[in-house]
Design a protein around this ligand. Structure first.
Ligand SMILES: [Zn+2]
Length: 201
């Protein structure tokens, strides 16, 4: 379905179902404001779904602003009207977060979007300021830090559970991101907190 052609035929019911489904295909096609909060969003916004009776639909950002609504900080409808590049990056980030949740090894980042590895890398640099690999590694390291701090799992098991192909790769990445090694991170030294409160840059 080409949603861009459908836009002027969309009924409020269809817009509402796009909102409840957080359907990003409708981004840029309409906006919705929530009268109780005074905030307006893009269809894909993952903020809590409002009650329908409190929702108003707008075709253009200017209409929402004129009606006194302010842009949501989460989905930023005030940024460029339609940013396919950012959409793709967000989609890839969601895919990575899911993969890290499922403890999958990052075999191929290209499969997260229809883009080539080079194009995805270029978009990531633009919107996130880092490579996709670095972004995903940071997610994995965060998960590893939680497990080190909160469980008795061995370092080897944690590295596997966080999707690292090898222990040496895990150690290298962990040091890169936190400035320390997993065992030190976990060990409670006398007079120190059980784990580092903040990452070293
Ligand atoms: Zn929003």
């Amino acid at each position: 379905m080409d949603t861009r052609i459908m836009v002027y035929q969309l009924t409020d019911d269809e817009k509402w179902s796009a909102v409840t489904a957080c359907d990003r295909r409708f981004n840029g096609l309409f906006f919705y404001g929530v009268t109780t909060t005074g905030v307006f969003c893009r269809p894909s916004c993952t903020a809590r779904t409002p009650l329908r009776k409190n929702v108003r639909f707008f075709q253009e950002i200017s209409e929402a602003l004129d009606a006194g609504f302010r842009p949501c900080r989460k989905c930023r409808p005030d940024l460029r009207h339609f940013e396919p590049g950012r959409e793709l990056v967000e989609k890839a980030k969601e895919g990575m977060a899911l993969r890290v949740d499922l403890s999958e090894i990052p075999a191929s980042r290209e499969s997260l979007t229809a883009l080539s590895d080079n194009s995805l890398r270029r978009l990531f640099r633009k919107y996130e300021g880092c490579s996709p690999g670095r972004y995903e590694a940071a997610l994995r390291i965060e998960k590893a830090k939680d497990l080190l701090a909160e469980t008795d799992m061995s370092v080897l098991n944690i590295s596997l559970h966080c999707g690292f192909e090898s222990l040496s790769n895990f150690y290298r990445q962990f040091r890169e991101h936190t400035g320390t090694v997993p065992r030190k991170f976990r060990t409670c030294e006398p007079g120190e907190t059980p784990f580092m409160k903040e990452d070293k840059p």
